[in-house]
Design a protein. Structure first.
Lengths: 448, 458
C-alpha cells in the first residue's frame, strides 16, 4: 500500500560497482557506491512553479543568509550593491512557509532581518520587509566568520524544522579571529546545519571557504565578478529548496578483521569522509552526507579484508543509508549495497580494474594534483608545479573532465594534453587561479 | 541419554560444554555422534574400569578419563575392538567388517572439506565408515529442532568463524564469509545410477549441474540416464545455464524414452531441448550480483548417457566426457566422447600430439557449447552395444583433468562401481579433490546393462 504520509521523503537506491575478484593473497577491495535519491514528491516542481505550491506541503526548512559587511565590501562599491541584490534574489526564491533570517557579518555578527533572535516565515510581506532591511546594510568593520556561523546556528535552531541550511558570502580573509576560533565554530555547527560558501572578488582565502563548505557539507565556489552574484544566489537557494531530507548518513558495516582504508565522496565533488566516521553499533560506522534532494552522488569505499583461500567468498562491506536519531537509533532508508570479495586464480578476472573505480581514482588524483601544483607554484617551485599541473592536464583530458581542463588551460599552456606536457603561464589572472583551486574537487561521472 | 560421556569441550570447536548438552552451544555439533558405541554393549564405563567378567575374547581398550584440560575424552570406536562373530569367536582374517549402516552421508555443503569421508580411492576401511576423523558441520538433527539450543531457533551460525549469525543475504554478520550454498556439494542416488557434484577447492561456486533418472521403455525393459553440464565461467550465470540444461535434457529423455523413441534420437532431441533452455536464459535480465567483468550469454557444456539392456548411447557438446569402464578390468576401457575443444581439434588435425595439446594453456578453450552465443549447435551422439558389463562414467573436466586417459580413469573407478554407483561417484570426486580440486567436479556413474527395475540399488 502506498504510504502517502511520507511522499516527500525521496526513495534512495544504492548501486555498487566493483571488481569483486581478488588474486590469491589479495586484500584490498575497492568499490564505487552510487547513491541516488528520487521521487521526492512535489518539491522539485515547487521550485520550478512556486505558484502551484501550497505551504506546508514540502518539508519544513529554515535558511540563514550570511552576508559579508566588512569594510572591504565597499571596494569597489558595486560589491556591496551586488551582494544586496543577490540576497534579495535569494529571498525571492524562498518558497512560502520557509523560515529565514539575514545575518550581516563583520568582526561580529548582526541580525539584519527579522531580528530578536527569531526567524521570519516567508510570505509576500516578510520578503518585502527583508528586502527593505537589506538597504540598511552598509560596509564597515572586520571579518570573523566563526561569529556569523554561531549566530546562524542559534537562529536556525530556534524553530523546529526538518532542514536547516546556510548561505555564506565573504570577500576577504578571516582576519579578526584565529583559525582555531573558526575551526571551533565549524566543529560546533557541523551536523546542525548545512552551508554553501561563496567567495566574491579575489581577496579571500580559497582554503578557508572550501573548509567551511566541506565541514558543513555544502558547496564552495568563487564569484569573481560581483555582477554574477544574483544568479548564483538564486541557483543556490533553488538547490536548498529542493532538499527533502536532512542529516543522511552513509552507514558502512564491515566484518571482523577488516580495516576501512578510506571512504570518500567522489561525485559531484571529492570530499574526504574517512575521518568523519561516527561509530554506529558493532563494526558499523556512519559517515555524514548532509541533506538530499533529487540527486545522485558517488562514494569510493576502500576496505582491507583478511586474505582467504582461493574459492572463498566474503562480504567486505555492507553500505546503507540511515538518518541517525538523537536517541542513538537510526532510521533506515531501506536501500543497501553489498561490497564483496571473491578469491580466484583466474588472472583475467582478478587483474581487471572496474572502470568506475579507475575513473574516480583518477578524479581524486586530479583534484590532488591541482591543489599540490598550485601550492608548489605559490611556494616558487616551478618545476614541481609544472609536473603536478601537467599530470592534472593529462588526467582531466583522459577522463573527459572538460570544465577542469578549461580552467587548467587558463593557468598553464598545454603543449600535449595526452602526455601531460605543459608550460606554466608567465602571467595568470588571480581569479583564474582561485577558480581552478576552488573547483579542483569537481568531478565528472563515467561516460556510459 | 544417561550414557552420554562427559566431554569438557566440543570436539569440533573447543567450546566448553556443560553436563547434559546434546549439541554444542557454539557450533551445533551433535555430541551424540562422538562416541560410537556398539549397540549390544550398553553401559560402558568410560573411566577405565575393568571389563565385565564372563565375556571372553573381549579386550576393551581403556579410555583415559577427561582431565579437564579441554581435551575431549578419547572415544571408543568399533574398530578398537576385535571383531567377533555372534558366538564371541574371532572372525577369520580377511572377513570384511559388517557394515552396520550405510556410510554416513558426506556433510552437505562444507566448503573446506566438501566430501570428508569419501576422499579415499582404495577399498573402504572400517574406520572410515564408522567414524570419519574430520567431521565438519553436523547437519541439524530434525528430532530436536524444537529443543532450545543456544542459538535461537531459525538462526544459522557461520561455518567459517562459528561465532556470527548468518544474515538474510547468506553472509556471516561477524566475519562476512559467504555461507555454503546448496549447490556446493550435491549427491543423488537414484537406484542404479548416482551422481555427485562438488564446488572443488579453488572456485567460489559450483557451476556444474547434473540430472539422473530412470524410466521404462515401451517393451518394459529399463532405461537409465545421466546428464552432466559444466557452466562456462566466462559467461554470465553459468550455474543457471548448467542447471537449466541438465533439467531440460533429463525431462526430454524421460518423456521420449517411454514413448519408444530410439535412444540416440532421444538424446539428440534432449540436447536440442537443453540448448533451447540455455538460450532462453539470455533473455532474462542479469541480477545485480552479476556485474562482474563478464557479460556474455549464459552457456554450458553437455554430456549425457542413456543405458538400456543392450544399448549405450552418449551425447555431448563441449569438453565434458563419458568413459566406458568394463567390470572385467582385463578388457580395455575407452573414452566415448570427442571434446569440442582446442586441444582435441589440434590433435584431430594432426598438428600436435595429445600430450602437447593438453599441456597448452589453450587446451581447455571449448569450441562448442550450449548458449545463445554458440556459433552453430552441433549435437554429437554415439551409440554402442557393449558385449560385456561395465559402467559409464559421465563427468566434467573437473574430474578428467586428473584422469585424462581411459586407463587412468579405469584405475580410479572402484571395482564394485556397477553395484555401488554412489560410492564410486564419491570416490571419483574425491580423486579430483585430492588432485587439487582446481575446478568444479561432477561425476555420474551408470551401470551397463541397465539392471531391471527394483534391483541394483545398492
Amino acid at each position: 500500500m502506498a504510504n502517502f504520509s511520507k511522499s516527500n521523503v525521496p526513495q534512495f537506491s544504492v548501486d555498487v560497482y566493483q571488481n569483486e575478484y581478488l588474486p590469491e593473497g589479495g586484500r584490498e577491495v575497492n568499490a564505487i557506491v552510487t547513491v541516488t535519491a528520487t521521487g521526492g514528491g512535489t518539491v522539485g516542481s515547487a521550485v520550478a512553479a512556486p505558484h502551484l505550491y501550497s505551504p506546508g506541503q514540502g518539508p519544513s526548512a529554515a535558511v540563514a543568509i550570511m552576508v559579508d559587511c566588512s569594510g572591504s565590501m565597499d571596494y569597489p562599491p558595486t560589491k556591496m550593491r551586488n551582494a544586496r541584490d543577490a540576497t534579495a534574489a535569494a529571498i525571492d526564491t524562498l518558497r512560502d512557509g520557509v523560515h529565514f533570517a539575514v545575518v550581516g557579518g563583520t568582526h561580529v555578527a548582526k541580525e539584519v532581518y527579522p531580528g530578536g533572535g527569531r526567524l521570519a516565515v516567508a510570505d509576500a510581506t516578510t520578503r518585502d520587509q527583508a528586502k527593505q532591511a537589506l538597504r540598511r546594510l552598509s560596509a564597515g568593520g572586520g571579518t570573523a566568520i566563526g561569529t556569523w556561523l554561531r549566530l546562524a546556528d542559534r537562529l536556525l535552531s530556534s524553530d523546529d524544522v526538518a532542514i536547516r541550511h546556510g548561505i555564506l558570502l565573504t570577500d576577504g580573509r578571516n582576519e579578526h579571529e584565529s583559525p582555531e576560533d573558526l575551526r571551533a565554530a565549524l566543529d560546533a555547527c557541523a551536523g546542525r546545519f548545512t552551508c554553501d560558501a561563496r567567495g566574491v572578488g579575489t581577496d579571500w582565502e580559497v582554503k578557508e571557504v572550501t573548509a567551511i563548505a566541506s565541514a558543513l557539507l555544502g558547496s564552495a565556489d568563487i564569484v569573481a565578478d560581483p555582477a554574477g552574484l544574483a544568479a548564483d544566489f538564486t541557483q543556490m537557494m533553488e538547490t536548498a529548496m529542493g532538499k527533502e531530507v536532512a542529516d543522511v548518513a552513509l552507514r558502512v558495516w564491515t566484518p571482523v578483521g577488516t580495516t576501512i582504508k578510506f571512504v570518500k565522496q567522489v561525485a559531484p565533488t571529492v570530499e574526504e569522509l574517512t575521518e568523519r566516521r561516527t561509530e554506529a553499533g558493532p563494526r558499523a560506522g556512519d559517515y555524514p552526507t548532509g541533506s538530499w534532494g533529487d540527486e545522485s552522488r558517488d562514494y569510493h569505499v576502500c576496505v582491507e579484508v583478511p586474505a582467504a583461500n582461493l574459492g572463498q567468498e566474503m562480504l567486505a562491506a555492507r553500505v546503507s543509508l540511515v538518518i541517525p536519531q538523537p536517541d542513538g537509533t537510526a532510521q533506515n532508508l531501506g536501500a543497501q549495497g553489498l561490497v564483496r570479495a571473491v578469491w580466484t586464480d583466474d588472472m583475467v578476472a582478478s587483474t581487471s580494474i572496474n572502470p568506475q573505480v579507475a575513473h574516480y581514482t583518477g578524479q581524486a588524483e586530479l583534484a590532488q594534483a591541482i591543489q599540490q601544483g598550485l601550492d608548489l607554484r605559490k611556494s616558487g617551485d616551478m618545476d614541481g608545479a609544472t609536473a603536478k599541473l601537467g599530470r592534472a592536464v593529462q588526467l582531466a583530458s583522459a577522463s573527459g573532465n572538460a570544465d577542469t581542463a578549461k580552467l587548467l588551460a587558463k593557468v598553464v599552456d598545454v603543449v600535449d594534453a595526452a602526455a601531460g606536457t605543459v608550460r606554466l603561464k608567465a602571467k595568470v589572472a588571480e581569479a583564474d587561479e582561485m577558480t581552478l583551486e576552488t573547483r579542483s574537487t569537481k568531478t565528472v561521472r563515467v561516460k556510459k | 541419554m544417561s550414557q552420554m560421556p562427559q566431554l569438557s569441550a566440543c570436539p569440533s570447536c573447543e567450546w566448553p560444554l556443560e553436563s547434559g548438552d546434546r549439541f554444542c552451544g557454539a557450533c551445533g555439533y551433535d555430541l551424540s555422534a562422538v562416541p560410537v558405541r556398539p549397540d549390544d554393549n550398553p553401559t560402558i564405563a568410560m573411566n577405565g574400569s575393568p571389563p565385565p567378567p564372563g565375556v571372553p575374547g573381549m579386550g576393551w581398550p581403556v579410555a583415559p578419563a577427561p582431565d579437564g584440560s579441554g581435551t575431549p575424552a578419547a572415544a571408543h570406536r568399533p574398530t578398537d575392538l576385535q571383531s567377533t562373530d555372534s558366538g564371541g569367536h574371532d572372525l577369520p582374517p580377511g572377513t570384511p567388517p559388517l557394515p552396520q549402516s550405510p556410510p554416513p552421508p558426506a556433510p552437505a555443503g562444507s566448503p573446506d572439506s566438501p566430501a570428508s569421508g569419501v576422499r579415499f580411492d582404495h577399498p573402504p576401511q572400517p574406520d572410515e565408515y564408522a567414524l570419519p576423523d574430520e567431521y565438519t558441520l553436523q547437519a541439524p538433527d530434525p528430532r530436536v529442532a524444537s529443543a532450545p539450543p543456544t542459538p535461537p531457533e531459525g538462526t544459522k551460525v557461520c561455518v567459517a568463524c562459528r561465532a556470527g549469525r548468518v544474515d538474510h543475504d547468506g553472509y556471516c554478520e561477524n566475519c562476512g564469509h559467504a555461507q555454503p550454498r546448496e549447490r556446493d556439494h550435491m549427491e543423488l542416488d537414484a537406484g542404479p545410477v548416482a551422481a555427485v557434484s562438488d564446488r572443488g577447492l579453488r572456485h567460489h561456486r559450483n557451476e556444474d549441474a547434473f540430472a539422473v533418472g530412470s524410466g521404462t521403455l515401451p517393451d518394459g525393459r529399463p532405461a537409465v540416464l545421466a546428464i552432466v553440464c559444466d557452466g562456462v565461467s566466462s559467461a554470465t550465470r553459468p550455474d543457471d545455464a548448467s542447471m537449466a540444461a541438465s533439467r531440460a535434457a533429463s525431462e526430454s529423455l524421460l518423456a521420449a524414452l517411454p514413448r519408444g523413441a530410439h535412444p540416440q534420437q532421444a538424446m539428440h532431441d534432449a540436447i536440442i531441448a537443453a540448448s533451447n533452455a540455455v538460450n532462453a536464459l539470455a533473455g532474462e535480465p542479469a541480477t545485480a550480483r552479476e556485474q562482474g567483468p563478464h557479460q556474455n550469454a549464459p552457456a554450458c557444456t553437455f554430456v549425457g548417457a542413456v543405458v538400456t539392456a543392450g544399448l549405450l548411447v552418449v551425447g555431448w557438446v563441449g569438453d565434458s566426457r563419458a568413459y566406458w569402464v568394463p567390470v572385467d578390468r582385463s578388457s580395455p576401457p575407452a573414452r566415448l566422447t570427442e571434446d569440442d575443444s582446442w586441444a582435441a581439434q589440434m590433435v584431430a588435425a594432426g598438428l600436435m600430439n595429445e600430450a602437447e595439446a593438453y599441456a597448452d594453456e589453450r587446451a581447455h578453450a571449448i569450441t562448442g557449447w550450449l548458449g545463445a552465443d554458440a556459433y552453430e549447435l552441433e549435437p554429437h551422439t554415439a551409440s554402442f552395444k557393449p558385449d560385456r558389463p561395465g559402467v559409464v562414467v559421465v563427468c566434467t573436466d573437473g574430474l578428467w583433468n586428473y584422469a585424462e586417459a581411459a586407463e587412468d580413469m579405469a584405475d580410479v573407478v572402484p571395482l564394485d562401481a556397477a553395484a555401488r554407483p554412489l560410492h564410486s561417484a564419491q570416490v571419483l570426486v574425491g580423486h579430483a579433490l585430492d588432485g587439487g580440486g582446481h575446478d568444479n567436479v561432477t561425476v555420474a556413474v551408470l551401470p551397463f546393462p541397465a539392471p531391471p527395475m527394483g534391483a541394483g540399488s545398492a
